[in-house]
Design a protein around this ligand. Structure first.
Ligand SMILES: [Fe+2]
Ligand SMILES: [Fe+2]
Length: 475
């Protein structure tokens, strides 16, 4: 790395070329990162020339530069959204005080934990998605997958920058550990449950980017409120990229629905077996995938009642989604919140102190946002004149974390017995047969302008390129 030009190799707006300590830390970490990328990044795709967007600065003209790049040569940058002059802490016990430019000693452990938990999700999703390139439905989709992957790689860089720059030796150790954990590994798994699930097919990928990247949006939005200014500014810039990931998910599922509806109309049928024989994915299967990804994702927000969440808020480390738009006192010591709970074998509504329910508050914001997009999917079905509608399951359905972890709740919100659950599970969650069927459709399509039979082409290409553009050059 001798004589490296930092602004060329690692685009940044953190004065990397003047920061010797940070350079040393990154120089040590970078080879391990690239080793991880080669081992765990997109399989058999490292030599492809991919039409990628690279951020080279934070202004609108700088974060959307398109060109062919081999993924290992991607310019992973370090960007913080511009400083807001005179910014003060917006919530909690330090409300009104100036934001911190260094880590306050008493919040060091909690901040490190927050950054590591977020950072760990970034390489995890790359690992989860690493086989998908082998079964891409088109070059357009392949390119979008790789774009998501390199940006998750950059998000890891963003969190590693914070660890290296502000947390000294233990920060460097945490940065290394994020390259050691592996999604789904029994001995050294990723930190959060959903990031240890498999993403075995493209329907799972689109559901993941719709729901689980949206969890990213909400976590990053809450961190963008942080009193620790470097964290707030870093996560704020990450959100520009997260929007694209959710677009990939929403449009991907929408195109699958479109194709299914076309087949249903053509064949004049609502019979899943006939739809499947025609090579499309029946709406019932889409609903089951939705149920799975939705329930696994809402677990990511944590326990409904959480003293950690209260501490993070009161200390000014993690705010609520759109904190500034809320009209309460932003201290919340007197505020109440309505949650769903269980009592005497029933689901009940109950008022609890909001401060302890902030995970639930963020989860509910996520749910509202998710439902909006599902409405847009339903428009596609409605337009085709088909009566079926996709819905989100009840929030107590299939939960592994929090109050409902040990309850059996149907998608419509009824408590059911273990026997009823077992009898109905196949209608509610993807079965092995569903996954095998979807898997059987996954065949690689790499001719420019061609799309697999189970998904409709998109309305337009990337960066105003035509649909038959060579989005990826396979060598
Ligand atoms: Fe990310
Ligand atoms: Fe993402």
């Amino acid at each position: 790395m001798d004589g490296i030009s930092y602004s060329d190799k690692i685009p940044n707006n953190v004065n990397l070329s003047d920061d010797k300590a940070l350079q040393r830390a990154l120089e040590h970490w970078l080879p391990n990162y690239l080793k991880w990328w080669r081992e765990m990044g997109p399989e058999d795709s490292q030599e492809f020339q991919v039409y990628l967007r690279t951020a080279i600065s934070v202004d609108p003209s700088g974060w959307a530069n398109f060109d062919y790049v081999k993924m290992p040569d991607y310019r992973w940058g370090i960007f913080l959204a511009p400083t807001a002059e005179g910014r003060s802490i917006q919530f909690g016990e330090h409300k009104g005080e100036p934001v911190w430019q260094e880590v306050p000693g008493e919040h060091r452990a909690n901040l490190r934990r927050i950054i590591v938990t977020q950072g760990d999700t970034e390489p995890a999703s790359v690992e989860q998605q690493r086989h998908l390139g082998l079964t891409c439905p088109s070059l357009y989709d392949l390119r979008n997958l790789f774009q998501v992957n390199v940006e998750e790689g950059r998000h890891l860089w963003a969190m590693v920058y914070l660890l290296h720059r502000y947390f000294g030796r233990d920060g460097r150790e945490e940065a290394e550990a994020m390259l050691d954990r592996r999604s789904g590994d029994t001995d050294n798994p990723r930190i959060l449950g959903a990031f240890n699930e498999r993403t075995p097919d493209w329907l799972a990928f689109y559901m993941f980017t719709y729901f689980t990247d949206r969890d990213g949006k909400f976590q990053l939005s809450a961190l963008a409120e942080s009193g620790f200014d470097p964290l707030a500014r870093t996560t704020k810039f990450m959100l520009t990229e997260e929007a694209h990931h959710m677009f990939v998910g929403e449009s991907g599922v929408s195109r699958i629905i479109q194709r299914t509806c076309d087949v249903m109309k053509q064949l004049q049928t609502e019979d899943p077996i006939k739809i499947r024989s025609a090579g499309a994915i029946d709406l019932e299967t889409l609903q089951r995938y939705l149920n799975f990804h939705y329930s696994v994702t809402i677990d990511l927000f944590g326990a409904d009642q959480s003293s950690n969440a209260a501490t993070f808020y009161s200390a000014g480390l993690k705010g609520r989604y759109e904190e500034a738009k809320r009209t309460d006192d932003h201290v919340l010591t007197e505020a109440a919140y309505r949650i769903t709970d269980m009592a005497n074998g029933q689901l009940v509504e109950r008022e609890v102190p909001m401060l302890n329910s902030l995970n639930e508050v963020l989860r509910d914001d996520f749910i509202k946002d998710s439902i909006a997009g599902i409405g847009r999917w339903n428009k596609v079905i409605e337009k085709a004149g088909i009566p079926f509608r996709l819905t989100v399951p009840h929030k107590a359905f299939n939960r592994k974390i929090g109050t409902f972890a040990n309850a059996r709740v149907s998608p419509t919100g009824d408590l059911v017995s273990e026997a009823e659950w077992l009898a109905s599970e196949k209608q509610w969650l993807p079965s092995d047969e569903d996954r095998a069927f979807v898997g059987s459709l996954m065949e690689r399509v790499v001719e420019p302008g061609k799309f697999a039979g189970w998904i409709a082409p998109p309305a337009m290409g990337v960066n105003r390129q035509p649909l038959d553009f060579q989005y990826v050059r396979l060598n």
